[in-house]
Ligand binder design. Structure first.
Ligand code: YRO
Length: 309
């Protein structure tokens, strides 16, 4: 049985990786994912041009059926992660995530990466903010088209985008219509479901300090939305644009369902944070068992084969 995938000519011989933001802040964490059995790649914490401390703690916490976070983009700056992926890219194909707070920052970072010795894949986090008073970039389809137009004027290395979840069928149509106009290597869907609220029953208070307790949620609770976004985009996007499925993965069956919806790679956030990198080998074992039960010998045997009634 083989668990392989190909994105932009890169062969992955395991299809699991971390979700950006989880287990990827420091080189120590990144090395643990890099060497974890069952993990076929890794992605770095979304980088800004220079170091950011991020929001005051508590800013990530467990809650029933998942997690809630408002980290505020804490990261060690682009150079730190660019150095890491350049040093390690011979081991396996790697993803470098960027999330500029302005379009100027994103373009500057991409110029630096274009000129660098990094030959892996860039994940442009489109949950990054847009101009104040407007929604995040990925919820502003004109802004999404504008930044991708500027990026592809000069950026020639493999690039994909990280998307927040959409909840309206017309939004699936609209975002796919934008993305299909660009030579994207992949789309990673979903990012956390934004601006949720969790309450501590002991104290009747919110659970995280930033933003009055509002934060992005991940984990088991988001799986139905994650699967819907993978499926909706698979049905709409050019087949050349591969899909990384993210959201709600805690068992091999969850990985299997992301693939059934059309995912090529599957990433783990919340449950990786709770369980640690040993989760990758557990998920791989459970996925292989699920495939054996169904008589599948490769992911191509069932990728995208979700049945409708
Ligand atoms: C939400 C942003 C801070 C604009 C981007 C970074 C990010 C964060 C974060 O650093 O707060 N958390 C998430 O769940 N997803 C993200 O993409």
């Amino acid at each position: 049985t083989t668990l392989t995938a190909n994105i932009a000519g890169f062969e992955f011989d395991d299809i699991l990786l971390n979700a950006a933001g989880v287990y990827c802040m420091t080189t120590e964490e990144l090395d643990q994912v890099l060497t974890a059995p069952g993990a076929g790649s890794l992605v770095t914490k979304s980088a800004t041009p220079s170091f950011r401390a991020g929001n005051p703690a508590p800013r990530f916490t467990k809650m029933p059926l998942g997690s809630i976070n408002s980290m505020g983009l804490p990261n060690n700056g682009l150079d730190y992660y660019l150095d890491y992926v350049i040093t390690k890219q011979a081991v396996k194909p790697l993803f470098l995530s960027i999330a500029g707070l302005t379009k100027t920052d994103n373009l500057a970072m991409l110029h630096q990466i274009q000129a660098s010795n990094f030959n892996g894949l860039v994940e442009l986090n489109l949950s990054c903010p847009n101009v104040p008073g407007k929604p995040q970039t990925a919820y502003d389809f004109d802004a999404t088209r504008a930044i991708l137009t500027e990026v592809f004027q000069f950026y020639t290395k493999p690039l994909g985008v990280k998307l927040p979840p959409y909840f309206d069928i017309v939004h699936f149509d609209m975002v796919a219509a934008v993305l299909n106009d660009f030579p994207l290597a992949f789309v990673n869907t979903i990012n956390s479901i934004g601006n949720a609220l969790a309450i501590d029953p002991e104290t009747d208070s919110v659970m995280i300090a930033p933003k009055g307790g509002f934060g992005g949620i991940g984990g088991e609770i988001v799986k139905p939305t994650a699967l819907a976004n993978v499926r909706a985009l698979r049905l709409r996007l050019n087949p050349a644009i591969k899909i990384i499925g993210t959201g709600g993965v805690q068992t091999g069956r969850d990985v299997y369902e992301h693939i059934l919806c059309g995912a090529d790679l599957v990433s783990v956030g919340t449950n990786l944070a709770f369980e640690g990198p040993a989760i990758f080998d557990r998920l791989k074992t459970e996925l292989l068992a699920e495939m054996a039960k169904k008589g599948y010998r490769s992911l191509a045997d069932f990728r995208g084969n979700l049945q409708t009634l």
